[in-house]
Design a binder for this molecule. Structure first.
Ligand code: UDP
Length: 332
């Protein structure tokens, strides 16, 4: 007897072997979708692809993207594949334009040709640049201060025009600071090199190099920079909701994903120290170029439009899940 046809709707997930993308695949699977990952594994990990097949290909290869769309006939695309280091983008902006803008153009053109007209895009609060108002709402001016933010904004504009001219439905989700790991411990954060505060603080607590605190002279209560940390599982949930909104033809949207609460670098260090029961060795260092004093979201629009509310983004849960993931992973 032939195998029964699969009936779950398929979603093509570019960058599904990466940090946020792999968590989105798990959430898609739970919500009854089949995630098909398209990833060149340049920064992602084969072992993070666990809820559907992997198409090993780069978005630079337009023919491979078209072939994947023709083979898998997805109802929509979730687009995570991108480069995401501010410092690297300042050193090599062309790399970022190629990876983030040119490759997304390949994807959108292949989607239109294949008549796949819904996309959820991984955007960022870096599109706002230095905030003139905090908390930051979606109508805050978008004036990026580095090529990373600029290329993500260029994609938002591209989505707008593909929407106007080709009927593409899109959701641009502007993350604040993605953090934490899968609460079941199946996947987590694995950046090479790691530059993010929470994994580095955990590394320091485990005997790795001392954490450098970038800037202690900010105009904040304890002098260190304030960020809005949002759990990766809450981000994944927002992606599934955004997809549902698009599949119901309820309209394109650009939304902030954050909690509305800021935590200073010192507050994060304290939380790591409390959870690990260890000191976090730290040294004071100058401010990192391009780091604003405070970035905090006004997340009310995502709540209104998608009914989305962070469920595991309190700092204790973020650190708990990150710590469990990193404890199960050998130190570099
Ligand atoms: N940070 C720090 N030391 C580090 C890494 C980060 O003091 O080794 C600070 C950084 O300046 C920022 C905050 O921690 O204020 C969050 O930085 P991260 O790199 O995690 O995320 P980003 O805000 O750059 O997306």
């Amino acid at each position: 007897m032939p195998a029964p046809e699969r009936t779950e709707p398929t979603v093509l997930v570019t960058g599904g072997a990466g940090y946020v993308g792999s968590h989105a695949c798990k959430a898609l699977h739970r919500a009854g979708f089949r995630p098909v990952v398209l990833d060149d594994l340049s920064r992602g990990f084969r072992r993070a692809v666990r809820w559907g097949p992997l198409v090993e290909a780069s978005l630079a290869d337009g023919a491979a993207v078209s072939a994947a769309l023709a083979e898998w006939r997805p109802v929509a695309v979730m687009h995570f594949a991108a480069l995401a280091y501010v410092g690297e983008s300042m050193a090599d902006p062309g790399l970022y334009y190629r990876a983030n803008v040119a490759n997304t153009l390949n994807l959108l053109q292949a989607m239109v040709a294949a008549d796949v007209r819904r996309i959820v895009f991984s955007s960022t609060c870096a599109t706002y640049g230095d905030p003139i108002r905090v908390p930051i709402a979606e109508d805050h001016p978008q004036r990026p201060v580095n090529p990373y933010g600029e290329t993500k904004l260029a994609v938002e504009r591209m989505l707008h025009w593909f929407g106007q001219c080709h009927g593409l439905g899109w959701g641009a989700l502007r993350y604040f600071n993605a953090a934490g790991a899968d609460p079941d411990g199946e996947i987590g954060e694995n950046h090479q090199p790691e530059t993010h505060l929470i994994p580095l603080a955990i590394e320091a607590a485990r005997g790795g190099p001392p954490l450098r605190i970038f800037g202690t002279d900010y105009p904040t209560p304890d002098g260190t920079a304030i960020r809005d940390y949002i759990h990766v599982a809450d981000l994944a949930d927002a992606h599934v909701r955004s997809l549902g909104h698009l599949l119901a033809d309820r309209g394109s949207h650009a939304l902030n994903l954050g909690t509305g609460t800021g935590h200073s670098v010192r507050a994060v260090i304290d939380a790591v120290s409390r959870r690990t029961n260890r000191a976090v060795p730290a040294v004071l260092a100058p401010r990192r170029a391009g780091d604003p004093p405070a970035l905090v979201a006004d997340p009310s629009e995502a709540r209104k439009l998608l009914g989305w509310q962070p469920a595991c983004s309190d700092m204790t849960t973020i650190v708990e899940t990150a710590w469990r993931w990193h404890s199960a992973t050998p130190t570099a």
